[in-house]
Design a protein around this ligand. Sequence first.
Ligand code: HEM
Length: 154
Amino acid sequence: MKFMFPTVIEVGERFKDCLIDVVQQNDELEIKDAGFETLSTTLSYCLYELALNPEIQEKARQVIQDAFEKHGMFTYEMMLGMPYIDHILQETLRMYPPLSNLNRKTMNDYQVPGSNHVIRKGLMVMIPIFAIQRDSQYYPDPESSIQTVSMRKK
Ligand code: HEM
């Protein structure tokens, strides 16, 4: 029996239908902004990186095909069983975080561990996600593409 593998567009269409259901059931939440832009940006950059790295693309395709053959359909368990795909998505999110900064307001005075610096209650704090994730102090060779996917330890 020939194994039927859905195209990226078919999978995208199914996922879009799922998201629309969620949005329609949660009218008052900001899920539309939170869920659509972040996800579409991530998937676009992921496909861009895969286009730049055909060997990784081929291996990723094989991993998904094998998982489909094993499970017969998209399931949560199937997703959990593909660490290679997980690495690719994590690396995409590291390189291209859809939200480049997070903003928080301090509720109490906070002493930064290992320093005399105190962040006073009521101050706005910006957490620079993009800068942290491109910092060689934390990620060796941070500007490299997902080629390093197998090098980064989880
Ligand atoms: C790759 C995809 C996504 C990324 C990178 C992402 C990223 C984030 C980040 C960083 C926050 C925290 C913002 C903050 O606290 O300032 C957040 C919050 C949130 N996200 Fe996502 N998100 C993604 C997908 C989704 C999807 C698919 C949905 C819904 C279907 C969603 C719904 C939400 C909601 C409702 C919040 C607010 C949660 C709260 O404040 O308690 N996100 N997201």
